[in-house]
Design a protein around this ligand. Structure first.
Ligand SMILES: [Zn+2]
Ligand SMILES: [Zn+2]
Ligand SMILES: [Zn+2]
Ligand SMILES: [Zn+2]
Length: 183
């Protein structure tokens, strides 16, 4: 399976799209006879039940996937190795539909996406300003340290008020216990 990404320059995609998975090549691999390129994993799977190229039907040579035949950096795109060109493609963040506007090199996408503020599965992080709040990704833009701290104080006050009310009740209860029952 290739890289499921959205290229900033969509016109480039046709140079790097795998005809099997329809995504951007991951570890591009070239068939030796016809020169068509696919993702390594897509081709590896295709070849278990087929003996020809998925595009042009040229018979494959039988040892396509052996380690000697697999030299990903030898496939060129212009003057650069295709692997490097793909690594350097500009892509949109996976969380673009949730509001991330970042454009990232494909090689950095996973690292960014896992820490992206718009990633709903990201673990809560401490507020960068040090108020002590633990924030989920969707809370960061709304977060205000002052409001958060005021909330803490109010919660503390509420708790104190509850304890005081309870104490008052207990005192009244003790006072009202009839004398004879205490002996
Ligand atoms: Zn593929
Ligand atoms: Zn072919
Ligand atoms: Zn992002
Ligand atoms: Zn804060």
């Amino acid at each position: 399976m290739g890289h499921d990404v959205c290229l900033v320059q969509a016109s480039l995609a046709e140079n790097f799209t795998c005809a099997i998975c329809l995504m951007i090549y991951e570890r591009p691999h070239k068939l030796q006879k016809c020169g068509h390129i696919f993702c390594w994993s897509c081709l590896d799977q295709w070849i278990t039940s087929n003996t020809n190229c998925p595009i042009c039907r040229t018979p494959t040579c039988g040892n396509e996937m052996t380690s000697e035949a697999y030299r990903p950096y030898s496939i060129m795109f212009g003057k650069m190795s295709m692997v490097r060109v793909i690594d350097n493609l500009d892509v949109y963040c996976r969380h673009r539909n949730r509001g991330c506007e970042r454009i990232i090199k494909l090689r950095d996408l996973n690292r960014h996406a896992s820490m992206c503020n718009h990633n709903p599965n990201r673990a809560p992080v401490s507020c960068a300003k040090g108020c002590g709040a633990k924030l989920r990704s969707h809370e960061i833009s709304e977060h205000n340290c002052v409001t958060f701290l005021r909330g803490l104080v109010e919660a503390g006050n509420r708790e104190r008020a509850n304890i005081e009310a309870e104490n008052k009740m207990l005192r009244r209860y003790v006072k009202n216990i009839p004398r004879h029952k205490m002996n």
